[in-house]
Design a protein around this ligand. Structure first.
Ligand code: RP5
Length: 167
């Protein structure tokens, strides 16, 4: 459990409240891998490992991270509590919960008080995928090669839909 998955000098931290969130959050890691963005994947629980969460958030910038993607389900306090303790951009992914289908996760993450921003994505895998893409877009503001890769990604996506449409 909590096996670190770390590239050298990670730029993006993909963290989640539980191992049970991993299947969803792999969608973010897969995007980062596809774009060749160094990242790490960690289980960091706001409720079960609060000290570790504090340490992770407080040291993230000095370790060289540029963006944190935080996924959690149910009483999903992880993204907000991390955002409260770092000046890095934090992207929150509401994981689909069994009991309330992720509406609880979404509302827990999205309703932050003014002054402590979390960029909240859609519930589930689409949200995780888009968090990965947003992290790449943030990094691409200062990286032309990454921006070119994003253009190619968009072009491939468009072509795939057109091919589906025209047969
Ligand atoms: C949250 O509680 C986690 O993010 C997870 O989505 C949810 C349930 O966790 P487990 O009981 O499956 O470990 O902290």
């Amino acid at each position: 459990m909590n096996k670190p998955q770390t590239d050298e000098n990670p730029l993006v931290g993909v963290i989640m409240g539980s191992r049970s969130d991993l299947e969803t959050m792999q969608a973010a890691a897969k995007i980062l891998e596809g774009f060749g963005v160094a990242h790490e994947v960690r289980i960091v629980s706001a409720h079960r490992t609060p000290d570790w969460m504090n340490e992770y958030a407080k040291t993230a910038r000095q370790r060289g991270l540029k963006v944190i993607i935080a996924g959690a389900g149910g009483a999903a306090h992880l993204p907000g509590m991390v955002a409260a303790q770092t000046t890095l951009p934090v992207l929150g992914v509401p994981v689909q919960s069994k009991t309330l289908s992720g509406l609880d996760s979404l509302l827990s993450i999205v309703q932050m008080p003014g002054g402590v921003p979390v960029g909240t994505l859609a519930i589930g895998t689409a949200g995780a995928k888009n968090a990965g893409l947003l992290a790449v877009r943030i990094l691409a503001t200062n990286d032309q090669a990454l921006a070119d890769q994003l253009s190619e990604y968009n072009e491939r996506q468009t072509q795939a839909v057109l091919e589906d449409s025209h047969g």
